[in-house]
Design a protein around this ligand. Sequence first.
Ligand SMILES: *Cc1c(COP(=O)(O)O)cnc(C)c1O
Length: 654
Amino acid sequence: MSAATPFPAREPRDHALDACFLGPYGENGALLEKLLVEFLRDHVYWRRNFHPEDPPAIATTTAYHPDYLAFESRIRRELHLLSAALKKSVPFHSPRYIGHMASDLLLPGLAAQMLTMPYNPNNVSEDAAPVTVDMEVQVGLQLARMLGYPHDPAHSACAFGHLTSGGTLANYQALRLALALKAFPLALSAAGVPDLELPEDDWHAFNLPPADGIVLLDAWQRWLAAQAPGERLRWFERVERERVEQRGLAGFFAAHPQAGVPRVLAPVTAHYSWSKGLKLLGLGRDQLELLPTVGTRLDAAALRDTLARCAREHQPVLLCVAVLGGTEYGTIDPIDAVLAARADAQRAGLGFSVHVDAAWGGYIATLFRNGDGSLRGRDEVAADFVDFPTPAVHAAFAALGDTDSATVDPHKLGYLPYGSGAFVCRDHRAMTLLSERADYVFPADAATDYLARYRNFGQFIPEGSKAGAAAAAVYVTHKVLPLDHAHFGRLPRATVRAAEAFHARAQRFALELAGTAEVLVPFAPDSNLVCLALNPHGNASPARANAFVRALHDELRSDPQHPLQFKEFFGSMTSLRRELLGKGETARIYGALGLNETRSEDGDDRLLILRHTLMNPYLIDRENDISYIDRYFDFLARRVRALLAAQPNTPPQD
Ligand SMILES: *Cc1c(COP(=O)(O)O)cnc(C)c1O
């Protein structure tokens, strides 16, 4: 990337973004207040109009009773304490906050969530949430459209998505669904269902491509529906008894030795929720095989090698995970190459699902969508940026629609309150396998059935009770800001541009600090997350470089011991492990920083780096001609010099 200003400093202000958030200064406080008061009153009137003939249960005079007053004052006191304590919170809303994956909240979502909360819908089922369950089903379709999945519920192979408490549980849901679909053909074989075209043996049954698995499931449902009621139930129970969900992993794999215990393949950059998921599923972390990366992006050649080995050794694969926007480095895996590798593996007899962990990067897909849902070409997208999207990044987003499932976190780049993650699968028909109640014994028709069935979320989701208010927030936000480049896309556009400006500024910063410290952006950012490696000039010891970066980071993180205002900026820290970088990249990065590559004695091979998440759309304040990016680097330069002055160059300790 060129070090020049990446885009004209004077460009028209995007006023549509101005009403999106409460704002760094609380600029839209009056708007939020107006909305909240209006809809709180609305809620109160709703109560009063429910059965107006019922008299008020709480007497008006009670408000003067000492006990009432005492209670009110206790509420007040505790709320004052809470409010005071919360002043120590992390200032996510500020353009001085470029730390973790959090920022200001979108006003439509915040208002929708707060307005829904007094109604307290429980999206576990339509009985407890007649309004917000439909919104959650719609959110799944909105996200499916953003990802390029089929999203018309009138079609039998429509996608389906639901909210979860977060990306962690969405990833777990992906594991559950992949296992259910992979294992189901074995149950059909074991039960000896006649008339169906079943794979020739357990190995083949366990390696059906997911799409074929769904076709088989569909055929089984039709066959079942055609049986007389008594027979239907008998066959249904017979198959149920053979399912992995019934037998458990131990019983199932003991009964099918030819199938083998499957693995999950994921890049070493994968989020630790995958480790949690494998533990929770009972497959165990041993079954999580971490693949190497190139420049922190999944190494497609290594994936191909691994798949060839798995096919040779009859090692089944459950799921291959590709990351769209890694948690630590924001990089984007080559989804297209993963799908191509899967196609080849399928020809070699290895069938498995491909899941995209887009918990972080999911909403960036809005930049790639037109209003009519079609994909935008690379040149069209690129017109707004300096380097984004690289051909590889465009190809990854273009391939999303061909994956089997995805995780997207509305509570990250969707700028919505915690906890809203989402799981979306490409073909909803597989979901029936997760149902707690056997709803498919009596199948009905697609479109009407689709909405009716998913109104009972509790049947399909890992959780039980959950906030309908969260679904309302996501739904309303997606209606106010549809998930295409002209609407929601304005947000990632502003922040990816900020990341490009940040990257360019970091390169100037590296020149400014020459002779003081070596500074490096270790890899070109794929999205709006930019890392920075630093090493005091002349130092070769990784241990000292780490101590230095740790000291810098101490100045960039919240510290409950001191007033918030003591902090000028907030950043975060991560590390590069050699295992992750590989030999070539380790040599390049250590070389550029002037670091010795010999491992430290304690065996710690991590290199600490600063990590900046650029989510705030006001990093470049055109109103006041302030760039918080410039201010950040000025601050960092001051701190680097001050720290080095305080701890003069001691000889390398290694
Ligand atoms: C944040 C994240 C997760 C976990 O999501 P939570 O919402 O924190 O549970 C999983 N994968 C990736 C890539 C993430 O960035």
